[in-house]
Design a protein around this ligand. Structure first.
Ligand code: GAP
Length: 452
């Protein structure tokens, strides 16, 4: 069973330190959230799982971490200055502002007035000044997607790694969009993270690679613990495609507020490298690109058999980290009856994603022998490098189990008086609540085999 409502998730996230409204103590800012002690671990684990599958486990990709501040020239040639807009309307009665394509019956959601302005395009990019003089002459955009710097670094990367198509460049990082109506918790926010792979292929092989990446990405989300039946592959209608896309398939997820996009997998054709390359006229560029007299670099590769230079096509799986977190929390959230009077909430996260891998709990907080032994066990398990292990020294086993069920800790290890005699600890499993005694001599192996 997934969470019943978004409110249940929001409440768990705040109570257990996953997510907080940003700038909370001053009233908060809409569309911004901070990841707390548990949230940052979950987020890092999700990003690490993506990086592992996209970079370490493949032989045809490289990684990148580019700057967030982006030159306006890049975002002019990418088409963002002209087309990265949403339709904005003002309510003349209550002065609120809305995205016209999200309004029901063309009514103001706040005061229900139908006296609205005509929709006008509102550019979603944030601008900031570069350098000490803020006279408007030198500005940058906060990138609205991570991929543009992958395209502008194309030659740096092919030159420094000798890669040739088909190959991909992966990047994880922040993106910023001045959403008119951020909503649904971390689903639509103004500052978020993306995990994007730009996979460069020879024209003609693009349809095949596109299909490959759609399947790969669905498989990956299932491996992170999302039930296949909660994921849908949606063909984006031709009239709704982004300006660069020949075909896009959205991977939708059944969020608590409804089914919406978790990740998009687009065939971006030769639009990106064709837009940013110099000497555009030397190439047969299939997509419609703006004339570029500013680029200093040829973004093309050579077909070694025909000795002809061409602009590669791009297949792009683009996933939102924050939407991934929301989907995973929703999938993992469970409420179970323990007996007729008691129930428990637990997060049944896959162990590799759990914020805390294990909690070591001394039975009595004031017993020096138990506490010291617990500290030693904690430190040994921490050294294995499989993620965060914590010492819980509050002395209340029941409370600790409850807390660790709610944050998704797969195992709790209790150190009691028997441990001092026979060197074994009680290992309690989060999902089954089953307990078994494991010798401290075998704990490292037990732990390694559990998480590998
Ligand atoms: N480079 C292609 C690109 O950016 P997109 O469909 O606009 O495509 C890709 O964004 C993914 O980024 C989305 O599937 C979503 O997961 C995430 N995303 C986009 N806007 C977002 C927002 N305002 N808040 C949270 N995540 C967002």
């Amino acid at each position: 069973m997934v969470a019943k409502t978004m409110d249940e998730l929001v409440s768990l996230c705040k109570r257990r330190g996953f997510l907080f409204q940003s700038n909370d103590i001053y009233g908060g800012i809409k569309g911004l959230y901070d990841y707390g002690p548990m949230g940052v671990e979950l987020k890092n684990n999700l990003k690490q799982a993506w990086w592992k599958s996209m970079v370490y486990e493949r032989d045809d990709t490289e990684g990148l971490d580019a700057s967030i501040l982006s030159s306006p020239v890049v975002l002019r040639h990418s088409g963002h200055e002209d087309t990265f807009t949403d339709p904005l309307v003002d309510c003349k009665a209550c002065k609120s502002r809305w995205r016209s394509d999200q309004l029901e019956d063309n009514k103001c959601p706040q005061c229900k007035s139908t006296d609205l302005t005509e929709p006008r395009p509102f550019n979603l990019m944030f601008k900031t000044a570069i350098g000490p003089v803020d006279d408007g002459s030198s500005f940058a955009y906060l990138r609205p997607e991570t991929c543009q710097q992958i395209f502008t670094n194309f030659k740096n990367i092919t030159d420094s790694t000798s890669r040739t198509v088909p190959f991909g460049i992966a990047q994880i990082g922040k993106s910023f969009r001045n959403e008119i109506t951020p909503r649904n918790f971390i689903f639509r926010v103004r500052e978020f993270e993306q995990m994007e792979l730009e996979f460069f292929v020879e024209p003609g092989s693009d349809d095949k690679w596109h299909e490959y990446w759609i399947n790969k990405r669905i498989e990956w989300w299932v491996n992170q613990g999302i039930k296949k039946e909660n994921l849908k592959q949606i063909e984006v209608a031709k009239n709704e495609l982004a300006h660069y896309s020949k075909r896009t398939v959205d991977i939708n997820y059944l969020f608590p507020h409804g089914e919406e996009e978790l990740e998009g997998v687009a065939n971006r054709t030769d639009f990106d490298l064709g837009s940013h390359t110099k000497n555009q006229k030397d190439f047969k560029i299939d997509s419609e690109v703006m004339e570029n007299n500013e680029s200093t670099t040829k973004l093309a590769v050579q077909n070694l058999e025909e000795k002809k230079w061409y602009i590669p096509y791009v297949i792009e799986p683009s996933a939102g980290v924050d939407r991934g977190i929301l989907a995973l929390l929703n999938e993992a959230y469970k409420e179970e009856s323990i007996d007729s009077d008691n129930k428990r909430i637990l997060l049944s996260l896959k162990p590799h994603l759990s914020p805390i891998k294990a909690a070591v709990i001394p039975l009595k907080k004031n017993n020096e022998e138990l506490v010291n032994l617990s500290k030693k066990i904690k430190s040994n398990l921490q050294k294995l490098g499989l993620g965060r292990v914590v010492l819980e020294n509050s002395g209340n086993i029941g409370k600790n189990y409850r807390r660790h069920d709610e944050i998704g800790t797969p195992i709790c290890l209790t150190v009691d008086f028997e441990t001092l005699e026979d060197n074994s600890v009680t290992v309690r499993d989060r999902d089954t609540m089953k307990q078994e005694r494991v010798s401290t001599d075998f704990l490292s192996d037990y732990f390694k085999s559990y998480f590998n």
